[in-house]
Design a protein around this ligand. Structure first.
Ligand code: HEM
Length: 369
């Protein structure tokens, strides 16, 4: 059959296992776990290896658009349907730091009510599917080799004497500075401290995932005017000075006291494996000719976004995992494959040490108000 669209069809041969992949992956995960245990000693509470600090936990709706063309009507997006979602906003460090030291920010989405067998055997019957995104289009350490360099440099800092203080500080400055420290990025650190309004950011999967019969990166960008106008907008100085620790939490809470926000989820389909590689997440797929195409709308109404009960539920009870998905949205490439063990290890330790049972919600009513 001759294909009538320009999109690269998915096949299992698109992923290429890298030399020493299992060994490098294990070293990454072991190093993260060692730093994470130090964090446990510091806080006497287990936190995530990455994206430890949450800023807001929102309930919302994901509305898959009607009449999507065949190349977009894939996987979860094959049928027009509205799902309930839980969204956790975070920053990337594996330690708890003042918001003033913010770096990459995360948006984790748990879609509830997704029928069909899921990829991870232990969660195969769950009615949820996760999408994890960060407010940057690529992952600068886009291969496990580069990620290992960054992770080991981070751990070395942690090993040098003044332990907790040092780790907290080094981890705090975030991925960008850690990369700079090992010569993988410049130290202008444009992303960090204190950064623009968190609700105006666009969030990206950074690396590729299966998109049904195709391959894609996905994003979520502000859609309604009230969040579009926050893109790149600096946060009020008075608000930062009033609480350098938690102004990101505050701006989300303030917004949703009465506000409703809409975002749009898009998929950028791969048209050329040379210029849009799957095995190197640091390459930005050119979007001039091949932009993200809309597939769904995310809507959040007024709500309390950071009650104590909600924070505990999101931080300690829930886990978000890129491999907790329909097989048709399996993450692709070596920087994605390492995440399978990394998230399982982090989540298992956190739940064990905090004596919490991991829960996959069956209804949005399980999210505390
Ligand atoms: C490729 C792009 C990546 C994106 C978009 C991403 C995004 C995220 C987000 C949004 C979270 C927070 C999830 C939550 O709210 O619970 C998170 C957590 C985490 N990330 Fe990533 N991440 C990426 C790559 C990686 C890599 C390469 C590793 C390690 C090798 C990693 C390890 C972790 C770990 C261990 C957690 C905590 C998991 C838990 O304890 O539940 N991530 N990531």
């Amino acid at each position: 059959m001759i294909q009538s669209n320009p999109y690269v069809p998915y096949s299992d041969s698109i992923e290429v296992i890298q030399p020493d992949e299992a060994q490098i992956s294990q070293r990454i995960v072991d190093s993260m776990a060692r730093v994470n245990r130090l964090m446990y000693e510091k806080y006497r509470h287990a936190i995530r290896d990455a994206h430890a600090k949450s800023h807001g936990i929102l309930k919302g709706e994901l509305q898959v658009y009607e009449n999507l063309p065949e190349h977009l009507a894939q996987g979860l997006f094959a049928t027009a349907k509205t799902y309930q979602v839980i969204v956790r906003f975070s920053t990337a460090q594996g330690s708890i730091n003042p918001d003033k030291m913010s770096a990459f920010r995360g948006m984790a989405i748990k879609v509830i009510g997704v029928e069909g067998e899921k990829l991870l055997p232990e969660l195969s019957d769950a009615l949820t599917q996760d999408f994890l995104m960060v407010n940057y289009p690529v992952i600068p350490t886009g291969t496990i080799r580069e990620y290992l360099k960054m992770q080991e440099a981070l751990e070395k800092q942690a090993d040098r004497g003044e332990l907790f203080q040092q780790i907290a500080q080094k981890a705090a400055v975030g991925v960008q500075n850690a990369l700079a420290a090992v010569g993988l990025a410049d130290d202008t650190n444009k992303l960090s401290a204190p950064g623009p309004h968190i609700l105006g950011d666009t969030y990206f999967s950074m690396a590729a995932l299966r998109f049904g019969d195709y391959i894609a990166k996905i994003n979520v960008k502000p859609l309604s005017e009230n969040v579009r106008e926050l893109a790149g907008r600096e946060i009020d100085k008075e608000l930062i000075e009033a609480d350098e620790n938690a102004f990101l939490t505050q701006v989300i809470q303030d917004f949703f006291k009465s506000g409703t926000a809409e975002y749009e989820m898009g998929a950028q389909l791969c048209t050329d494996l040379q210029s849009m590689p799957v095995e190197d997440g640091s390459v930005q797929w050119p979007d001039d000719k091949n932009p993200y195409q809309p597939v769904a709308r995310l809507t959040f109404g007024p709500q309390e976004t950071f009650s104590a009960a909600r924070r505990v539920y999101a931080d300690d009870v829930l886990s978000f995992n890129p491999f907790h998905c329909l097989p048709s949205h399996r993450p692709l490439g070596n920087i994605m494959r390492v995440r399978k063990l990394a998230y399982e290890t982090s989540s298992r330790y956190r739940h064990h040490m905090n004596a919490q049972v991991r829960v996959e919600p069956t209804s949005i009513d399980e999210l505390p108000d």
